[in-house]
Design a protein around this ligand. Structure first.
Ligand code: ADP
Ligand code: MG
Length: 567
């Protein structure tokens, strides 16, 4: 791999590299092959970190997590056809979650694709990507590369962030251009993510409603965490004295043990609150789309950058359309002219009920059970997290997700990455890698055994890049649990059954990680503490009881039921 350019000529691949550097991209996640291998070499040679994966979907999950944590687009590089499609899954997921990312994919030359003549990895990628992403562009000529990169960047980060697809054809990557002419196409764009300032009327309307509320609650979503204005949000919450609830990935924006946190009182305040202020949180299925338990007479304030998010499920009495920083700034400035009129017993009653509920909840953490249940394993994990608050927690599974989320308080913003809006599985290794690379912090991924299966091979990527990531696998031998009833006429395993005796630690060993197989909470605590302290790739196989966990965890109600119970 020699220098891609001569004194007088450069290739599209070098121009693409330089264009990415002009917008500040310093990291790419991906998996190479025809036609992007040389491009990855060139980018790496020019100082862009390239994290090579075993599966494009995981590289995409890493890019998406990178985007969420840095407020700049994470970049995924894929090959044509299947690599593109594998990666597109993650780009679609990023779009749904409002994470900024750009999937750059090589694609075949246009002419045989457009005439459907059957060419190497021929697929009309741009048109396939379009309905699943925020924006999609194709670059056919090297002189258009800078424009394509800038447009992709702006689409990914500005307004509501999302996934962007950037198609770069093989001829464009290989095209040769005069060096001076190529340099003349490059520029450094200005104000890549412009502020969106809310109208003063919308701010006044919202402040009036909030100040007049008797039983208000503030609901913080991952949009609020993404905004990186933690101190301002904290100031607003504390100045108003309004209790707050944090959605899963907003946990830790304010410490979960803050005196105004009502994280365990969700049903109660849904029924009771008269004014709910949503900050970067959607009133989607995760919040019963604004119905169900919600007080039918309650009123909503919603701060969101996307005007089309307003009124999607329920009337929003006071929409504030703007970016969260500009919106909170405006509200903080307005605050002195308003007087809160909360019922004097609203906060104290929530606090005492919350305290009682948390104490009752803590009774679940019985450390002595062997074989372990999710709760006994978590009794160990939560202690280790309490003494390592700066570790980023990646979490997926069914019961492993629900129980870990409830068991582990987050103390710092953007330290929890999970399967988010779609509640999907298969984000674990990629997100852990993206989190480690983007934050430079230690990461612990707590995975159900089923969840780990979707991305397990990319544990090897953690090892090759020697990242400070510990993967903890809660093995209960199945999807939901390992005791699925066997209805097969041939004695096949039940659809939900995996392998309760699988030794995932041996898989970790294959790639040179430090591994542990633990059967008791005490050994789990030791293994996890050691692993975090080592700042090296580690894998802990946690042996659970096969009957620990229930179908679909907390969302079993979404499962269509059989007429006759199969279990
Ligand atoms: P959660 O799942 O935590 O409730 P969602 O992903 O459903 O969070 O909602 C996040 C919301 O935040 C989205 O509607 C998105 O438009 C909004 N958002 C994202 N970034 C910003 C920002 N910088 N300013 C304002 N709103 C934002
Ligand atoms: Mg399982």
């Amino acid at each position: 791999h020699t220098d891609p350019s001569t004194a007088n000529e450069v290739t599209g691949m070098l121009i693409l590299t330089q264009a990415l550097k002009r917008v500040g991209i310093d990291t790419m996640y991906g998996l190479v092959g025809i036609p992007v291998t040389e491009f990855a070499y060139i980018a790496q040679g020019e100082g862009i970190k390239f994290v090579g994966f075993r599966h494009e979907q995981q590289a995409g999950m890493a890019a998406a997590t990178h985007g969420f944590l840095t407020k700049t687009p994470g970049v995924l590089l894929t090959v044509s056809s299947l690599g593109f499609l594998n990666g597109l899954t993650a780009t679609a997921n990023a779009t749904v979650n409002c994470y900024p990312m750009i999937q750059i994919s090589g694609s075949s030359e246009r002419e045989p694709i457009d005439l459907m003549q059957g060419t190497y990895e021929g697929l009309d990628q741009l048109n396939i990507a379009k309905p699943l992403v925020k924006a999609a562009y194709r670059i056919n000529r090297p002189e258009d590369i800078m424009t394509g990169v800038v447009r992709a960047y702006r689409a990914a980060v500005s307004g509501r962030p999302g996934g962007v697809y950037l198609d770069v054809t093989t001829p464009c990557l290989g095209a040769v251009m005069d060096r001076k002419a190529a340099e003349a196409t490059l520029y450094t764009p200005v104000d890549l993510c412009p502020a969106v300032v809310p109208s003063p009327q919308s701010v006044a309307r919202a402040m009036e409603l909030l100040a007049g509320a008797k039983k208000p609650v503030i609901l913080l979503g991952k949009g609020a965490a993404y905004a990186q204005v933690d101190d301002k949000i904290r100031k607003f919450v504390e100045a108003t004295g309004v209790p707050f609830y944090q959605m899963s990935m907003a946990k830790g924006l304010l410490p979960d043990n803050h005196e105004l946190s009502v994280n365990s009182m969700r049903s109660y305040f849904m029924e009771q609150a008269d004014v709910v202020m949503l900050i970067g949180a959607r009133l989607n299925w995760l919040l019963s789309r604004g119905h169900g338990k919600w007080n039918p007479d309650g009123k909503f304030i919603q701060i969101d950058i996307d005007p089309e998010e307003i009124d999607i499920n329920r009337a929003i009495a006071a929409p504030v359309v703007g970016d969260i920083e500009s919106s909170i700034d405006a509200m903080l400035a307005a605050l002195p002219s308003y007087k809160m009129s909360m019922d004097s017993d609203w906060v104290p009653s929530l606090q005492s009920a919350s305290k009682a509920k948390n104490a009752k909840f803590a009774e679940r953490f019985v450390p002595q059970t062997v074989p372990m249940t999710h709760w006994s394993a978590l009794s160990a994990v939560r202690k280790v997290f309490a003494s390592n608050p700066d570790v980023v927690l990646v979490n997926e599974g069914a019961n492993t997700l629900d129980d870990t989320r409830n068991a582990i308080d987050m103390m710092l913003p953007r330290h929890r990455i999970d399967c988010a809006t779609w509640a999907i599985m298969g984000m674990g290794m990629g997100s852990a890698i993206g989190a480690a690379v983007a934050s430079g912090k230690s990461v612990v991924a707590i995975e159900g055994d089923s969840a780990f299966g979707f991305s397990g091979m990319d544990f090897s990527t953690i090892c090759r890049f020697n990242l400070p990531v510990t993967v903890v696998i809660f093995n209960n031998g199945g999807i939901y649990n390992g005791v699925g009833e066997n209805l097969s006429k041939d004695g096949d395993p039940a659809p939900t059954t995996l392998n309760i005796n699988a030794r995932y630690d041996k898989l970790g060993e294959a790639f040179g990680a430090k591994t542990y197989y633990v059967t008791t909470p005490a050994d789990l605590a030791t293994a996890l503490s050691e692993s975090i302290a080592s700042k090296k790739p580690c894998l802990i196989d946690v042996q659970l009881a096969a009957d620990s966990g229930k179908e679909s965890g907390h969302i079993g109600y979404l499962n269509p039921a059989a007429l006759i119970s199969v279990k």
